[in-house]
Write a protein that binds this ligand. Structure first.
Ligand code: ADP
Ligand code: ADP
Length: 226
C-alpha cells in the first residue's frame, strides 16, 4: 500500500483547456478517497494522470513517496477500472481473474489462492467456471473489479465504474465496494458525479469544480446541513 500525493498538478490540453488547475491533494495509505464534481470538471483527467495514462503539464504525482510523473503505467503499481470494461469472453471467471497473475509468472497455487479470496469477497465464488456471457451485468462488473484488485496493487483507481448499471444494482454494488476495501485496505481513488455515491463510499471526499479543488473532507463535514 502507499499514499498518493499530488502537488500543484495542472493539465492543459492542446487548444488551451485547463482541465486540472493546480490541484494539491494527499490520499493517505489505505484511504478510500472519492473525487466528485460535475461532468467536465476534470475528474477523469486527474485520475488518468495518477494512472500515467496522461502526462502532467506541471506539478508532481507521487506514489509511496516516489515521483512517478515520468514513469509509464506499467511501472506504477496501480490498477484501474473504467465504466466500459471488457472481460475476456472465451475465458471463465476464474481465468479472467487469474490472467494478470499468470502473466506475471505467479505460480498456480498462489494464483488459485488469490483468485479464490477475491471471488469470495465479491460473491463470485459459485460462478468461477462460468463464462462472461452467462453472467448478469452486476456479476460482470464484479469480475472486472476483481480482475483489477486480484493482484493486490498499491493503488486502486476507479472511474465511474457503476455508471452503466441500473439504479438498484448501483446501490448493491456500493456494498461490494465497501467490502472489497475493508478486506484489502487498498489506497483507492474513486471518481463519480453522484453525491450520494460519494457520501456512502468515501472516507474523504474531494470536490472538484472547473479543474480546481474546492474542498476536501469526510462526508459528514462536507454535506452537513448548514
Ligand atoms: P470529468 O471526468 O470531470 O467529466 P474530464 O477530465 O473528462 O472531466 O474533462 C475535463 C475537461 O478537459 C473538459 O473540458 C474536457 O472537455 C477536457 N478534455 C478532456 N480530455 C481532453 C482531451 N484529450 N483533449 C482536449 N480536452 C480534453
Ligand atoms: P443482477 O442479476 O441484477 O446482476 P446480482 O448480480 O446482484 O443481480 O445477483 C445475481 C446472483 O448472484 C443472485 O442469485 C444473487 O443471490 C447472487 N449474489 C449477489 N451478490 C452476492 C454475494 N455477495 N454473495 C453471494 N451471492 C451473491
Amino acid at each position: 500500500m502507499a499514499e498518493v500525493t499530488l502537488t500543484d498538478v495542472t493539465k492543459e490540453f492542446p487548444g488551451g483547456t485547463v482541465a486540472v488547475d493546480q490541484v494539491s491533494l494527499t490520499v493517505e495509505d489505505g484511504e478510500f478517497m472519492v473525487l466528485v464534481g460535475p461532468s467536465g470538471c476534470g475528474k477523469s483527467t486527474l485520475l488518468r494522470m495518477v494512472a500515467g495514462l496522461e502526462d502532467v503539464t506541471s506539478g508532481t504525482v507521487q506514489i509511496g513517496g516516489r515521483v512517478v510523473n515520468d514513469l509509464p503505467p506499467k511501472e506504477r503499481d496501480i490498477a484501474m477500472v473504467f465504466q466500459n470494461y471488457a472481460l475476456y469472453p472465451h475465458m471463465t471467471v476464474a481465468d479472467n481473474l487469474g490472467f494478470s497473475l499468470r502473466l506475471r509468472g505467479m505460480r498456480k497455487p498462489q494464483v488459485l489462492e488469490q483468485v479464490t479470496d477475491t471471488a469470495h469477497v465479491l460473491g463470485l465464488g459459485l460462478l468461477l467456471e462460468r463464462k462472461p456471457a452467462a453472467l448478469s451485468g452486476g456479476q460482470r462488473q464484479r469480475v472486472a473489479m476483481g480482475r483489477a484488485i486480484v493482484r493486490r496493487p498499491q493503488v486502486f483507481l476507479m472511474d465511474e465504474p457503476l455508471s452503466n448499471l441500473d439504479a438498484k444494482l448501483r446501490v448493491a454494488m456500493r456494498g461490494e465496494l465497501s467490502r472489497l476495501h475493508q478486506r484489502y485496505g487498498t489506497t483507492t481513488i474513486y471518481v463519480t458525479h453522484d453525491q450520494v455515491e460519494a457520501m456512502t463510499l468515501g472516507n474523504r471526499i474531494a470536490v472538484l469544480d472547473r479543474g480546481k479543488l474546492q474542498q476536501v473532507g469526510p462526508p459528514d463535514e462536507l454535506y452537513a446541513a448548514p
